[in-house]
Design a protein around this ligand. Structure first.
Ligand code: FUB
Length: 559
């Protein structure tokens, strides 16, 4: 990606607030912890974990600046997935590898990828999800679904500076804590689909161990992608669309916005459609194979002011069909809903539950609702990021997340679209002793996430003062090292390891700075050993880059 096409960053004001700190960091030694760090200062910030026991005052420096790789074992190339990386230990030499994911799979998907053992945790998270959820790209049309112990949010990907809706690929973001969201890269691209040019709002489902995304070709047809992993990559099993306007009763103005729903008895449904008036919502039952239709014609779901963005969820035996409303009297791209006792008929209109707002420029909206670990959440998109960036269009959207509650009778309490920078509470700490994909982040500045699902997804296009931050990382009863899996064809650049900083613009405290050496290739990932001041408990962790970084970052863990 050319610099001019670089994805959205935080507004300038945000950058400026970091400037003085970044200059100070440049004075630190290239390797090891900051000279003069205050012993115990980090420990003071650690919640009830016995504080920090700093190691010998700011020493360390295991990694010799300018070290060169030797051995050449275990490095991974970008294509064919991330394999075990080599390790850059003292003096910058490559040694044995660890971690990584199997070729073809998704990094850190259901089941996770991890190294290292865990010890007792006292971390109590106090993080909040960023609004919008993702800033490295523009995202829209969130279709959230719970798979195992993680939420996956499948999104359209608004291209930077797009004039219309020119989207050509999908991303998924997954989390088990609501605040750190892993970018699974490009799941599928329009150039893989002979029948599609523009990929609009996706719908997701899983059955019989397979994961499906239903794919609209703008407003003209719906196809399907399948994968063995919720994080992709997805393939097109049919080589054609699944639903076209010739399917009986499917010829609506916009044949798009598929939402997949599987009932408790295993029957799968697809809801779709769009166009002004309440007559354009449709539903069909899918066969068990999930790639063919059981019904001989689509069923109309009568709605009030239906526009687009069908979604179905079930709660306590009631079916909720939600959608984005048209611009007729008193509506205007609000998220509205119907309720019923059955999935395809008998719906009663209940009204709007997310009124549209200025933060969305009064333009289109698209939502989904899930229940996760005892709470309900609504995902939708807004225009907050493009407003902050001064892009001032309507086509660069960003996904947001808020909690949703119900009344005793099952109707939904109104959710006011949040203007805040942070919304829902973090559910658990991020275990730093397990391998953490670098793109499983809470907030960032300046970086890009690159890669296709099934390959090495990584932090890339890193410039001076860029950073990536993780909310409420569990350092357990003490970590003394951060091991970062990096790739670089030359020596250059530093990673400053900061606790209790970067999220929300906080300065934080540096607990170590690591110089990156050559790993033998721009896509040759190897482990860089970065000593840190011994740090315990729960902390926001920020990796701040400097000194002309020319590397990419795949993952990290604490030891
Ligand atoms: O993202 C393109 C279209 O905009 C979606 O298909 C609609 O739901 C609206 O969000």
């Amino acid at each position: 990606m050319k610099t001019s096409e670089k994805s959205p960053h935080y507004p300038l004001g945000f950058r400026r607030s970091l400037a003085p700190l970044v200059s100070a960091i440049a004075l630190q030694s290239a390797c090891g912890t900051s000279p003069g760090s205050d012993q115990g200062s980090v420990g003071g910030a650690a919640p009830s974990a016995g504080g920090t026991t700093p190691t010998a005052g700011g020493s360390g420096g295991m990694l010799a600046s300018g070290g060169t790789p030797s051995g050449g074992v275990g490095g991974s190339s970008q294509s064919g997935g991330a394999s075990a990386g080599g390790s850059l230990s003292s003096g910058g030499a490559l040694s044995g590898g660890s971690g990584g994911v199997a070729s073809g799979g998704s990094e850190g998907s259901v089941g996770g990828a991890g190294t290292g053992g865990s010890v007792a945790s006292t971390c109590v998270p106090d993080g909040k999800a960023h609004n919008p959820l993702v800033t490295q790209i523009f995202t829209a049309d969130p279709n959230a679904i719970v798979y195992g112990d993680r939420i996956y949010v499948y999104t359209s990907h608004d291209e930077d500076n797009q004039e219309g809706f020119d989207m050509v690929d999908y991303h998924a973001f997954s989390s088990d804590d609501m605040v750190n969201w892993q970018d699974h890269g490009v799941l599928i691209h329009a150039n893989q689909l002979s029948w599609a040019q523009n990929l609009y709002a996706p719908g997701a489902c899983s059955k019989n161990g397979k994961y499906y995304i239903y794919i609209p070709n703008s407003g003209s047809a719906i196809g399907v992608g399948v994968s063995d992993d919720p994080g992709g990559p997805f393939e097109d099993p049919l080589g054609r669309a699944l639903i076209t306007p010739s399917f009986p009763n499917a010829n609506v103005p916009w044949l798009f916005d598929p939402a997949c729903f599987i009932d408790d008895d295993g029957q799968a449904y697809l809801y779709f459609g769009g166009g002004n008036s309440g007559a354009n919502a449709r539903a069909v039952r899918l066969n068990d194979d999930m790639v063919s239709i059981k019904d001989s014609s689509a069923t109309t779901i009568p709605t009030t002011a239906f526009f687009e963005a069908s979604f179905m969820h079930k709660r306590e035996g009631k079916y909720y069909f939600s959608y984005s409303s048209d611009f007729s009297n008193g509506h205007g791209a609000a998220l509205e809903y119907l309720m019923s006792d059955s999935p395809m008929s008998g719906f009663e209109y209940k009204g709007a539950f997310v009124p549209n707002a200025q933060i969305n420029n009064g333009n289109n909206n698209h939502g989904s609702i899930i229940e996760f670990q005892g709470k309900s959440y609504v995902f939708y998109h807004n225009r907050k990021l493009e407003q902050e960036l001064g892009v001032d269009k309507v086509n660069n959207r960003s996904v947001a997340l808020q909690e949703l509650t119900y009344k005793a009778d099952g109707t939904i309490n109104t959710v006011t679209m949040s203007q805040d920078d942070h919304t829902v509470s973090q559910l658990k700490c991020l275990d730093g002793f397990l391998e953490v994909q670098a793109e499983r982040l809470a907030e960032e500045q300046g970086i890009e996430v690159e890669g296709k699902a099934g390959e090495t997804i990584r932090i890339a296009q890193i410039s001076n003062n860029d950073w990536v931050a993780y909310s409420q990382v569990d350092f357990h009863d003490g970590a003394t090292k951060l091991v970062a899996k990096v790739a670089s064809s030359s020596a250059g650049g530093t990673i400053d390891i900061v606790v209790d900083g970067c999220i929300g613009g906080a300065a934080g405290t540096s607990i170590g700075t690591c110089a990156v050496v050559s790993t033998g290739g721009a896509q040759q990932f190897a482990e860089l050993q970065c000593p840190i001041e011994s740090t315990a408990g729960g902390h926001d962790l920020c990796l701040r880059f400097g000194d002309s970084p020319s590397f990419q970052l795949d993952s990290w863990h604490l030891e």
